[in-house]
Design a protein around this ligand. Sequence first.
Ligand code: ATP
Length: 565
Amino acid sequence: MDMEKIVSLCKRRGFLFQSSEIYGGLNGFWDYGPLGVELKRNVKEAWWKDMVTSHDDLNTLTGAPQPFQMTGLDCAIIMHPQVWKCSGHYDLFHDWMQTCRQCKKLVRADHVWEMLEEAEWVRSFAESIEATDWDDLLKFNSLRSSQWAQRKGKKLAPGLALVRNPDVTLSWLAEDLRSNPEMRLDLPTLLRYLATEQKAETGLQTPCPHCGGDLTEPREFNLMFKTIVGALGSAEDAAFLRPETAQGIFVNFKNVVDSSRVRVPFGIAQIGKSFRNEITPRHFTFRSREFEQMEIEFFCHPNESAAWYRYWRDRRYEWYLKLGLARDRLQLREHHAEELAHYSVGTADIEYAFPFLPPGEFGELEGVAHRADFDLRSHSEGKLVKKDGALVVELGPDGKPKYKGSGKNLAYMDEMTKERYLPHVIEPSSGADRATLAFLCEAYREDTAPDENGKPTERTLLALHPRLAPIKAAVFPLVKKDGMPEIAQKLYLRLKKDFNVFYDDSGAVGRRYRRQDEVGTPYCFTIDGQTLQDQTVTIRDRDSLEQKRVHLDAAADEVRKRLEA
Ligand code: ATP
């Protein structure tokens, strides 16, 4: 499916806009429009309702290892800087970044080859040497390469060594091929040759996905946004925008236990904004610099944590299926031992086959991690590191803790067993924007539906789960006369008390249906001639196109019944 079509629908119908668009936009920031805000709110509300407020704490349905409670929090975005020092984010929350020596753009080191694969200049170069696909790029043709460099290359990849100095660049390659006829020229090697002007001095270079220029060696880049708290603005006043919501939950663990009646095992949920200064924000809202997370920290007894980890991993995976993601586009992937964070005992990612990814590839929607007692211990004792297989407080050069913890005892006292222990934590951490994007991508389709004359006509459809649909129902008077608008408005006002509904009386009714189909409205009511006689209206289903008559007084119940089905 074509991602561009989804992006264009999002803009055209008011789901998503580039932030500050009238000033040219700001990379990595997005605004949700009138329909987008409803859709994303519905995603968050479905999550909150399913995980927190209507959670089955008596455990009659969910198949949990034992009954458990869920509660919520809403923490500040800016927290005490020590939080990030003890959590490890201050020292460790970085990506590797490379800078282009020509265009000065920054690229995340582990994204370079993926971006090259998508780069227009690489595609254009491949075409010029008549390589049919990416794997076939190793077919090298010197004459065509320099012709491309002089024409398209100048525009598409002005920084590429091949463009700036084709003779020298190609001579390195020709020389190496001559002296080593056995040399297998695979794709990365070929692109590196194209980016290299002075091979003897620099070795082979990596090309910039944007302009083809040569990239610097990777260096660390901390992803936390820095800010200043207070008027003085001195170094001690530096603070950070949170890169995840989780830490607010850990530092409030004791407050929640002391102020409410929750008992381990229990979970604390939070939805809120997080900020990461991503080096290469891309793929629409998938990788943004400001985004929203929906996180749960679930506290349990260490002996039971493995079972709880499996429970949450499977339950969260099922949640996405229930709300409409297709099983063959959704996968649960356990991390290999080498992928695990130093404190983690197990992590699984829930991943979706987003249409902007190459076929067969999946992007992370949510991570479910077994974090043991890492977080509560860090906030009690100080930043932890792994030494000889055990987690110990990291010491500074003076032999004292590098970053001191709060010193508070965050252990939990089980009043029944009289056992005192640090609970283990299972963390299902998901992104509200990525989930919203996945639901949008899944819902987008094009099909045909009969118009008012019964003629099959093309339509664009967002087959969103009714719970997620921004508008639940639309109300149309068939014509703007004979008292139909009056009845329609009455019905509209009645439905509006309970649902987000839309009134439309302009254009042919077939076109009105299609406008609603395109934004995912599951039900449309039409007031017609028969309504005037028997007070019934048609309710038309977006997906099956089935129409049924219901009494005006029963319309609200009908919507409710269908939403709950
Ligand atoms: P990635 O590997 O894609 O950068 P991550 O493993 O760093 O993601 P986590 O730290 O596990 O992500 O964050 C939990 C969730 O928050 C992710 O599964 C994702 O849904 C969301 N998320 C993380 N970073 C971003 C971002 N830059 N833009 C949008 N959502 C994000």
